[in-house]
Design a protein around this ligand. Structure first.
Ligand SMILES: [Zn+2]
Length: 334
């Protein structure tokens, strides 16, 4: 037994046909975790779809109405980059319900996964880049509405900037000088990435992403780390450590929402960074160690992953669960 829960449904499958987004990846991660003995059937819990009321905590009534009646404009469907269908709407409502459940379970067990979700390009009034509904934002707003949390922090390690997250939880940009790291085992980052800092509201957003990649317009997160092309494991981990330390000096979250994209991988078709599979697992361990050390509950979602071999994407996502198992299993022995 893992000691924490994995929220999963076979209905996470996105009915989008042949597409660069491997819609079957959730099912394959589920199978891999069971086959390799990382998880048991009892570690998985099934979500319910989010209610419209939950979705409306983040999205506009007009957008929700368009989705439910199939009346997106041609431009809006183009922006979404996946073909609209009522079944697709149901899959996104379910993914949002999965993130709500994972947040709820993370507050109980210190950590929980949604084996799906992380649709960080969705805005209140439209979808973009394969993301119809911002499941993570819905989960945060629902936890706040239920008085389960006050503030949350998103830690977005997908290769693409979390533009929807930044827009939903918009802060006010202020000029700032680079913040010193608290140090630790990692060397200071050597690669010339740029760290930009803005005030946060009740949700502090951190995004580490490739600067020269989608989306072209990157609204300000609380901390944006614009990484140069081809950055490797050590530099990436240095910048992640730096951003986490800086963020947690500025803000004390009641919940961390970790968006563990698999696409910073060097073999990714839509990414231009050079992380290895091992480096990505160290990334996960770093985030989990920080959450554990500060005793902050953490909810995990998967976001993107477009490796040339889908098997690699499945490995990277499965490794995130293994990293959590390794970091959090020692907690119970205290
Ligand atoms: Zn991505």
């Amino acid at each position: 037994m893992l000691g924490f829960k994995l929220v999963y449904s076979d209905d996470y499958y996105l009915p989008i046909g042949a597409h660069v987004f491997p819609a079957e990846k959730y099912e394959r991660v589920h199978r891999r975790l069971l086959r390799t003995g990382v998880a048991e059937p009892s570690d998985f819990v099934a979500p319910e779809a989010a209610s419209d009321r939950d979705i409306l905590l983040v999205h506009t009534p007009r957008y929700v109405e368009k989705l439910k009646t199939g009346t997106l404009s041609a431009h809006e469907e183009l922006q979404l980059e996946i073909p609209y269908s009522p079944e697709l709407v149901r899959a996104f409502w379910l993914a949002a319900g999965g993130s709500i459940l994972a947040a709820d379970l993370a507050l109980r067990d210190r950590i929980a996964f949604n084996i799906g979700g992380g649709f960080h390009h969705a805005f209140p009034d439209h979808g973009e880049g394969f993301c119809m509904i911002h499941d993570v934002a819905v989960a945060i707003r629902r936890m706040q509405r239920d008085d389960r949390i006050r503030g949350a922090m998103t830690v977005d390690c997908d290769v693409h900037h979390g533009n929807g997250t930044a827009a939903i939880f918009a802060g006010v940009r202020v000029p700032s000088s680079p913040l010193p790291s608290t140090g630790g085992p990692l060397l200071p980052p050597a690669a010339p990435a740029k760290l930009r800092n803005a005030h946060a509201g009740d949700v502090f957003t951190i995004s580490l992403h490739q600067e020269h990649n989608y989306p072209a317009w990157k609204p300000p997160s609380s901390i944006d780390v614009d990484l140069p092309d081809k950055i490797g494991d050590e530099d990436y981990l240095g910048w992640l450590d730096h951003a986490l330390s800086s963020g947690l000096r500025q803000f004390e979250p009641d919940l961390i929402c970790y968006i563990a994209g698999a696409d910073p991988y060097r073999e990714d078709q839509l990414g231009g960074l050079s992380l290895t599979i091992e480096g990505l697992k160290r990334r996960d361990e770093l985030v989990f160690r920080v959450a554990r050390a500060r005793d902050i509950p953490i909810m995990v979602t998967f976001a993107g992953g477009y490796a040339r071999q889908v098997e690699d994407t499945v490995t990277i996502h499965s490794n995130t669960v293994i990293a959590a198992k390794e970091v959090f299993s020692t907690v119970r022995n205290h």
